[in-house]
Design a protein. Structure first.
Length: 241
């Protein structure tokens, strides 16, 4: 490899390591992870094999976290959460967060196309996970993966709780009060194409703290969470003021 080209490669690898917050003992793993098939001399020199390994490492770290964090979840529930946390779309977003697209080694035809496709960004993130695993071992790779998936796990879990809040409230109300919650629209603001609704849950004349949301279904879910919080004596998750 010519000296000038070698210098460019080293600069890219150095900048990438700074961006991801990990220094490779064997930078050739990183080089391989960043090499798309279009920029490789042979298919074996591309990141495809690393992508295969990285997918498994990413999946195992995620499965372990979900298994430990959600002891009440059955297999189907765990599978649903995992499919969101490590989806192709999510992996592409992780790549964009790091800026991996700026460090890819691409063929001239691909590099001239402009924006990097999301599937390519997902591939390179999985390949990077494998490179970190091969270079630093399981504990290092696990810590690297957790930096990205932990906030995603929290978000998915929170969304699942919120989506189930109305059925949770109905269960609690029927058990404790023998009634059924109803939802009342108290106010609405904004133009027709972007309205925001204020909704409160009510049980036998007792009105719980309202919540704003768009669309109305979201306001009802948040109102249910407010009701559950009041019943449990906890701070309101969605105060309306």
């Amino acid at each position: 490899m010519p000296f000038q080209e070698l210098t460019v490669v080293r600069t890219i690898l150095d900048e990438c390591q700074e961006a991801i917050g990990y220094q490779f003992t064997r930078p050739e793993f990183l080089r391989a992870a960043l090499t798309h098939t279009s920029g490789a001399n042979t298919r074996a020199a591309s990141n495809e094999r690393l992508e295969f390994l990285g997918d498994s490492v990413l999946g195992l770290v995620t499965c372990e976290q979900l298994f430990l964090r959600f002891p009440d979840y059955q297999e189907g529930d765990l599978t649903k959460v995992k499919s969101v946390v490590v989806s192709r779309k999510t992996c592409a977003a992780f790549s964009q967060e790091i800026g991996l697209g700026d460090f890819l080694f691409l063929g001239k035809g691909v590099s001239a196309c402009g924006e990097i496709p999301s599937n390519m960004l997902a591939d390179v993130f999985e390949a990077l996970v494998a490179a970190v695993f091969l270079d630093g071992g399981w504990d290092v790779a696990k810590a690297f993966v957790l930096r990205f998936i932990e906030p995603e796990i929290e978000r998915v879990a929170r969304d699942a709780v919120e989506a189930n809040s109305k059925s949770q409230l109905q269960h609690v109300v029927q058990r404790q009060y023998g009634g059924t919650p109803r939802y009342y629209l108290l106010d609405e603001q904004g133009p027709d194409h972007d309205k925001c609704f204020k909704v409160a849950a009510d049980v036998d004349g007792h009105r719980f703290p309202p919540a704003w949301g768009r669309p109305k279904k979201e306001a009802e879910l948040k109102a249910a969470l407010n009701a559950l919080a009041e019943i449990d004596g906890e701070p309101l998750p969605h105060p309306s003021n």
